[in-house]
Design a protein around this ligand. Structure first.
Ligand SMILES: *Cc1c(COP(=O)(O)O)cnc(C)c1O
Length: 363
C-alpha cells in the first residue's frame, strides 16, 4: 500500500495512477495534438450520456460551480424565469447564483431528507406560466439523496419548459440517457464520478437551446455560447486550457469505457456503499437518509448518541490511519459523510471499517 491517503470525499477523490500519470507531459494548447485531445474529450463526454444526437459538449475551465454559474447565465436569458427545486445546499447555491446574475428566480423547497416531488412541481408550473426553466440537483451531495430525474424531466417536458440538471455527483455513475430523458443541459465536473482530477466543468447542452443563447451571459469567461462557438470555430479553447487536467480526464474517460461504462461504475459504487453501510451499522452508526432515497455516492452518518465523539478527533484518528472522511453539511445534529466514489473498492472499505472499530474501541 502507498502512503497516500484514501480520499472518502465527494471530490476531489482518489484517482487511478494511470489517470495521474497522464499529466506528466506538457501540451501546446494550439497544437494539433491537443486540439485532437479536446475533440476526443468532447466526444467522450457526450457518449457517457448518449447525447451525440441533439446535444453538444462544452467544457469550461474551473470547478463545478463555474459551470453551474455559466449555464444559468447563458441559458436563462434576461426576461426569463428559473424555478429551482431545493433539498440541500447545492440547490440553494443555484438560487444564489441566479440572483447574483440578475435573473428572475423562485424556489420550491423540501426538507434535506426528502426527495423532490414531481406532483408539487407540476402544480407550481401550472400556477406560474412565466417560469421558463427548472433546475434540479440529481444527487444532492449535501446528504447523498437521489432525486427522481425521469419523473421530474417528464413533468418539465409536458409543461413545455427546459430542465437544467446539476449532475455533478452522479454523472458517469448514475445513468443519464439523453435519448430517453429530456434535459436541456446536463452539468458536471472532472473530479467526481468520472474519477479525473479537478479543474474542468462541462455542460452537455441541447444544440437549439445553446444556439438561441447568444449574448445572454453578462460574463466574458462564464459564457457557454461563446465557449461553444470557440470550439466549433477552430477546435481550441478560448482561454488557457488546463492541459494536464484535460489529458487526465480523457484518460479517465477511456478507463470508464474500458471498465464497462456508467452501469459498471454504479455497480462498484453500490458495492462500496453496501460494504460501508453494513459495517457501520454493526458499529452502531445510523444512516441519516431512508435507504429508499439513498444514492450509492456519498453516505451521511449520525454519530451514535452514546459515543459522544466529536467530528474533529474522529477525523484525525482516521486520517492517521490513512482515510480522509468528510464533514457533515446538515443544518442540524453532529454528522459526517463518507464518499463511496473514486478509484476505490470493497477492500478499501473493509480496511476503513477496521480503522473505525479501532478508533471507537482503543486497544
Ligand atoms: C461538487 C458539486 C458541485 C460543484 O462544487 P465545486 O466545489 O464547485 O466543484 C455542484 N453541485 C453538486 C451537487 C456537487 O456535488
Amino acid at each position: 500500500m502507498s502512503d497516500e491517503p484514501i480520499l472518502l470525499t465527494p471530490g476531489p477523490l482518489t484517482t487511478h495512477p494511470d489517470t495521474r500519470r497522464a499529466m506528466l507531459r506538457d501540451w501546446g494548447s494550439r497544437d494539433p495534438a491537443f486540439i485532437a485531445l479536446t475533440a476526443e474529450l468532447r466526444q467522450r463526454l457526450l457518449a457517457v450520456a448518449n447525447g451525440a444526437g441533439r446535444h453538444v459538449a462544452v467544457p469550461l475551465q474551473g470547478s463545478g460551480t463555474f459551470i453551474v454559474e455559466a449555464a444559468i447565465a447563458t441559458l436563462v436569458g434576461p426576461g426569463q424565469k428559473l424555478l429551482v427545486l431545493v433539498n440541500g445546499a447545492y440547490g440553494e447555491r443555484m438560487v444564489g447564483i441566479a440572483q447574483r446574475m440578475g435573473r428572475e428566480v423562485v424556489a420550491l423547497r423540501w426538507p434535506e431528507d426528502r426527495a423532490v416531488e414531481p406532483a408539487r412541481l407540476a402544480e407550481a408550473l401550472r400556477a406560474d406560466p412565466a417560469i421558463t426553466h427548472v433546475a434540479l440537483v440529481h444527487c444532492e451531495t449535501t446528504t447523498g439523496i437521489l432525486n427522481p430525474l425521469a419523473e421530474i424531466a417528464a413533468v418539465v417536458a409536458a409543461a413545455g419548459r427546459h430542465l437544467l440538471l446539476d449532475a455533478m455527483s452522479s454523472f458517469g455513475a448514475l445513468e443519464i440517457d439523453l435519448t430517453a430523458v429530456p434535459v436541456a443541459a446536463v452539468l458536471a465536473s472532472s473530479n467526481k464520478c468520472l474519477e479525473g482530477v479537478p479543474g474542468i466543468g462541462f455542460a452537455l447542452v441541447a444544440r437549439e437551446a445553446l444556439a438561441a443563447a447568444a449574448g445572454n451571459s453578462p460574463s466574458t469567461s462564464l459564457d457557454l455560447h461563446a465557449q461553444w462557438r470557440g470550439f466549433e470555430k477552430d477546435g481550441q479553447w478560448r482561454f488557457t486550457p488546463p492541459v494536464q487536467v484535460v489529458a487526465a480526464l480523457v484518460e479517465a474517460l477511456r478507463r470508464l469505457e474500458a471498465a464497462g461504462g456508467p452501469k459498471a461504475r454504479r455497480a462498484r459504487y453500490q458495492e462500496n456503499f453496501d460494504t460501508l453501510w453494513a459495517g457501520m451499522r454493526r458499529l452502531g452508526f445510523e444512516l441519516y437518509l431512508d435507504e429508499a432515497v439513498q444514492a450509492p455516492i456519498i453516505a451521511t452518518f449520525r454519530m451514535p448518541a452514546h459515543r459522544k465523539l466529536a467530528f474533529r478527533p474522529f477525523y484525525e484518528a482516521l486520517a492517521a490511519r490513512g482515510f480522509l472522511i468528510y464533514p457533515g453539511k446538515l443544518t442540524q445534529g453532529e454528522s459526517f459523510r463518507i464518499g463511496c466514489i473514486g478509484a476505490i473498492g470493497r477492500g478499501d472499505f473493509e480496511r476503513l471499517l477496521v480503522a473505525v472499530a479501532e478508533v471507537l474501541e482503543p486497544a
